[in-house]
Write a protein that binds this ligand. Structure first.
Ligand SMILES: [Zn+2]
Length: 579
């Protein structure tokens, strides 16, 4: 009898285990929420007491040595890398400017005088055309196949971020549309209600694609009056890239909070309105853009401190343009998303990814742009673009003296078609034979802050080191990072449309805004990277994961097989151990 009962007990235990497995206690997550904390350094989690990020770091799979892993380290590049698994060189654009060598956009801009494009000016259809020409399959398409009829959407403050990420795969994207005021068709009632110029939701592919529970709710219309600048318009260095009403801060207008609060509310509206319907969401890609705005203005991190800027640590609302407030607020908004997942019963089946699209470096050593009101765009861009004619072609004499070293050079200045400078300098030439590229690189070696120069191989497949013995000497720390990472990083943007000549910049050096990104510096490259689901093992991982690895890793965790007919992804899948 005893033996029989033991056997019976064993059988019952086995059946119970099988039942637990079959009922999905450890089932793979069926949704993915990617939250991009724009420009967030991993250190911010502790520095600004971001308790939700810290909880995820301590309870999820936390990659402590994650880096962007590609160039240019910019918003409009990184977001599509994350949801395509393709490196910048293979996604159709690799920088905030590119040469449309394939003529993908030529029909859309018949009056153009150049084939140089600035991504910030592109519409949804332009990004969709570039993605289609790239021939790759994005995460949204896989999610739609895994859960037919499900909703995949992108949310963020910035149009170019949302358009590029949505393009060719997600159902819709929602961002803050263009500014409306009394002279361009603004609604007088909304101008009165919000105290000036305002922004209503805009969308990708078009505003009409955004559900009416967002476009029809005036909660999502916010103040965006340039006069509502929180002092940033008249204070250096923030005035280089000042606030624009409540676009990137919550503001004081009850019921119409802007910035990351707006992004969280729009995301929660999608969660709540699709829950339990045939169109229940399977992918939400969210950008919290406020950390980035503050970082550009004041430098972020150690640069944005009480001693330097005399802000009041006990009065958060008055200090809302500063990192200390805005990073904590971004974390609070992440907490609201997690709370909504729990309230809807979706927490267990959602894979949460928290990361950043790039870090930043503060120009505390050298700021080489013009430190003047609204100087940002003219510091960053120089040249003609197909979308804006000569909007970016500031007279060379009005550019900062540092970049005039290159643009105004008597030998190569006349051959420069376009130059983009942030924490790296990328330059496109009108005529780009190897001798011409080398001549420009030789001048680039003398440009202030440049620590290494590269020319693009004639077949476009790689960058060739021109010199690491430039006018600006590398520090020992810079040299270590440069040796282990620089060649790999510049090569990720090598294709026919990328810059002909590249200058990498020293740490704590910038040409665009006071806090900036775009280059290969360690501070600019390092990002947080956390994957969380209750079924995953808690793990502090040392592997140097890159943003291009996010999509294959997410697919593996969700049990979605790679389509053998699709273009092979550049990223690799990391195995996330399950409990
Ligand atoms: Zn960004």
């Amino acid at each position: 009898m005893k033996r029989v009962r033991k056997g019976l007990l064993f059988t019952i235990v086995v059946l119970l285990v099988l039942l637990v497995v079959a009922t999905g206690a450890f089932a793979a997550p069926k949704r993915v929420l990617i939250v991009v904390m724009d420009q967030m350094h991993p250190e911010y989690a502790k520095q600004y007491n971001m308790t939700n990020v810290l909880w995820l770091m301590n309870n999820g799979a936390n990659f402590q040595n994650a880096i962007v892993g590609d160039m240019a380290s910019e918003t409009v590049v990184s977001h599509n890398v994350m949801v395509s698994g393709m490196l910048p060189k293979n996604q159709g654009w690799s920088d905030e400017a590119f040469r449309d060598t394939g003529g993908v956009l030529s029909a859309a801009y018949p009056a153009r005088t150049t084939d140089m494009y600035v991504t910030g000016d592109l519409g949804y259809s332009d990004f969709a055309a570039l993605v289609a020409a790239g021939g790759y399959k994005k995460l949204g398409t896989y999610l739609h196949e895994a859960t037919p009829g499900s909703t995949v959407a992108c949310v963020g403050e910035k149009s170019y971020q949302v358009r590029s990420m949505t393009a060719g795969s997600s159902d819709f994207g929602v961002f803050l549309g263009s500014t409306k005021n009394a002279t361009n068709g603004g609604d007088p009632a909304l101008i009165s209600l919000l105290g000036g110029a305002y922004r209503a939701p805009g969308g990708a592919p078009s505003t009409g694609a955004v559900p009416t529970y967002i476009t029809g709710d005036t909660r999502f219309t916010i103040n965006s009056d340039p006069n509502n600048d929180y002092g940033t318009l008249t204070t250096s260095p923030a005035w280089i890239y000042p606030e624009d009403g409540d676009r990137m801060v919550p503001g004081y207008i009850e019921g119409h909070l802007g910035g990351d609060n707006w992004v969280a509310d729009a995301t929660m509206a999608i969660m709540k309105n699709t829950a339990g319907t045939a169109n229940d969401w399977s992918g939400l890609f969210v950008n919290f853009g406020a950390i980035d705005k503050s970082g550009h203005m004041w430098g972020g991190g150690e640069a944005d401190n009480l001693k330097t800027y005399n802000w009041d640590p006990n009065n958060w609302l008055d200090n809302m343009t500063h990192e200390s407030f805005i990073a904590k607020n971004a974390d609070n908004q992440l907490g609201r998303l997690i709370g909504t997942l729990k309230a809807l019963g979706e927490f267990k089946d959602t894979l949460i990814v928290v990361t950043a699209d790039h870090g930043s470096t503060a120009a505390t050593r050298h700021f080489y742009g013009n430190d003047a009101q609204g100087a940002g765009d003219f510091n960053w861009y120089w040249g003609n673009s197909a979308t804006d004619g000569d909007y970016y072609a500031t007279p060379v004499a009005e550019m900062s003296p540092a970049i005039q070293t290159l643009l105004g050079n008597s030998t190569v200045g006349g051959n420069i078609s376009f130059s983009y400078q942030s924490t790296g300098i990328e330059t496109w030439l009108k005529s780009f034979t190897m001798p011409e590229k080398k001549a420009a690189a030789k001048v680039m070696r003398t440009v202030p802050g440049v620590i290494a120069t590269y020319v693009k191989a004639d077949d476009g497949s790689a960058y060739i080191l021109d010199s690491a013995k430039t006018k600006t000497k590398m520090t020992a720390a810079e040299k270590g990072w440069w040796k282990s990472h620089a060649q790999m990083l510049v090569n990720t943007m090598a294709w026919s449309g990328s810059a002909d000549v590249v200058g990498l910049l020293a740490d704590r050096t910038s040409y665009g805004a006071f806090g900036d990104h775009g280059g290969a510096q360690k501070d600019v490259q390092r990002v947080p990277m956390i994957f969380y689901n209750p079924s995953l093992m808690t793990a502090q991982r040392g592997a140097e994961i890159h943003t291009v690895d996010i999509m294959p890793t997410v697919m593996k965790a969700m049990g979605i097989a790679v389509d053998p007919a699709a273009k092979i992804m550049d990223g690799k899948a990391y195995m996330l151990a399950t409990k």
